[in-house]
Design a protein around this ligand. Structure first.
Ligand code: AHG
Ligand code: MN
Ligand code: MN
Length: 322
């Protein structure tokens, strides 16, 4: 099996490889603490503070943010980063000559941390727009998702896996915890054209736009030739986990505009963009309900966007209704 560094040596340049090496190291630390649920570092429960989008920060949100920031600062190939857990982007002093910047959700699925349900880390890597040798600027982080040069997520679950692309297909790696290395277990993965699962929080059904109500009703009603239901609902509350199941088995994940979240809940720069880049590499696609997520030019670091993402057949049906 191809070890992550071997894969990157053939699929990317030394700087990108060093970024993924840093992410591998940080993922191992977070994975270990998550697996010690309550026995190791003090990572359970609320931190007692809010992040920039008003979410109650969990201790693991802050722990993961620190672990990934330390690893990415030290790798020397990242000039700065934009994290869900920080109001502003952070320039990495001493890394002004680095060519890349990162947008990251250090811990996705925070509501699932204390109940031992799968959670993740999501990241997108961009080539900076500002000249190397200078301090990074906001514009470096407000690039459309199509500019990503690589992206990935780490899923802390029964096993810890990293799903990534450097632009040549989507690949899945599993963490071998004793060697602290990720080894590839699937390459050039394609999302099934159709699926069985639709993932949406139906508590918000009454707020959904008519077209979305029609799509959810379509999923509820659709029958197979044998008369059995074609679709079923699955919603974990961790984007990484719902995305991963839909990637492997086929399906669609939707976080739409709701009454409480008129622009949706997910953030474009460090959730919508990386996940849509990955889904596109796997043959699916993602939209905000109208346009390709990867074409949206962000205007704010933490701007939210509705997210429809998954298998093309289910996406086409959802978008047809739109
Ligand atoms: P985060 O923990 O980084 O804030 O992301 C949580 C997101 C996403 O992972 C999940 O699908 C969604 O929030 C769940 O939101 P609801 O509980 O409102 O359905
Ligand atoms: Mn998240
Ligand atoms: Mn998060």
């Amino acid at each position: 099996m191809t070890e992550l560094n071997e894969f990157l040596a053939s699929e990317s340049n030394a700087a990108i490889a060093s970024i993924f090496k840093a992410i591998e190291q940080a993922s191992f630390i977070v994975s270990k603490e998550v697996s010690y649920q309550g026995l190791g570092a003090d990572i359970l429960g609320a931190q007692g503070s809010e992040n920039s989008t008003g979410d109650q920060q969990q201790k693991l949100d802050v722990f993961a943010d620190h672990v990934f920031e330390r690893a990415l600062r030290n790798c020397g190939s990242v000039a700065g980063w934009a994290s869900e857990e920080a109001d502003e982007f952070v320039a990495f002093e001493g890394c002004e000559n680095a060519e890349y910047v990162i947008a990251i959700d250090p811990l996705d699925g925070s509501s699932n941390i204390d109940v031992n349900v799968s959670i993740g880390t999501i990241f997108g890597i961009y080539k900076r727009l500002s000249p190397t040798g200078t301090t990074v600027q906001l514009q470096d982080f407000l690039q459309p998702g199509r500019n990503q040069v690589a992206a990935g997520y780490v899923l802390y679950s029964v096993s810890t896996q990293m799903v990534l692309s450097t632009g040549n297909g989507l690949h899945i790696f599993t963490l071998e915890p004793y060697k602290k290395q990720f080894h590839r277990v699937a390459d050039h993965v394609k999302v099934p054209a159709d699926g069985k699962c639709y993932s949406i929080n139906e508590v918000n059904f009454d707020d959904f736009a008519p077209a979305l109500k029609d799509f959810v009703q379509y999923c509820r009603d659709k029958k197979q030739e044998n008369g059995k239901r074609k679709y079923t609902g699955r919603y974990i509350g961790s984007l990484c986990a719902d995305f991963h199941r839909n990637l492997i088995k086929g399906g669609i994940y939707i976080y739409p505009a709701t009454g409480e979240a008129p622009n949706g809940k997910l953030r474009l720069v460090y959730e919508g963009n990386p996940m849509t880049y990955l889904m596109a590499q796997a043959g699916g696609y993602g939209t905000d309900g109208v346009q390709d997520i990867l074409e949206i030019v962000p205007t704010q670091l933490h701007q939210k966007c509705p997210l429809y993402i998954g298998s093309p057949v289910m996406m086409n049906e959802a978008m047809k209704q739109a």
